[in-house]
Design a protein. Sequence first.
Length: 125
Amino acid sequence: MRKTLLVFGLGGTMALAVTITMSQGTNPLDPLKVCPDTHKLLFENAVVRVIEAKVPAGANEPRHSHPHGITVYLANYEVETKTIADNKVSQAQRKFGTVTWSEAVVHEVKNTGKTNSHAIRIELK
């Protein structure tokens, strides 16, 4: 999550915009905090964070966020996703071995299929 701060110099003649990035670790919608039973941290460094997600068939993931990143699907399963910004609901079939790019998002997800989900998410910092 990025926040921009505007800092003014003496007399308001100079301005400096500074972008601050809030780490997922301090984000209250971090999936590791919101969904600890289904999300597990596999790796983290200054550049990326890698999360494994396993959601049982029929289970819901509460509202959580992700920065932009890549998801690798390790099972065939079906999901219903509701993006919070626009309340848009979409259905998708995830296929084993496929990879997708995702922009930053706040969403809720339900595994609507009959198989457990399994994915690795590589989040860019």
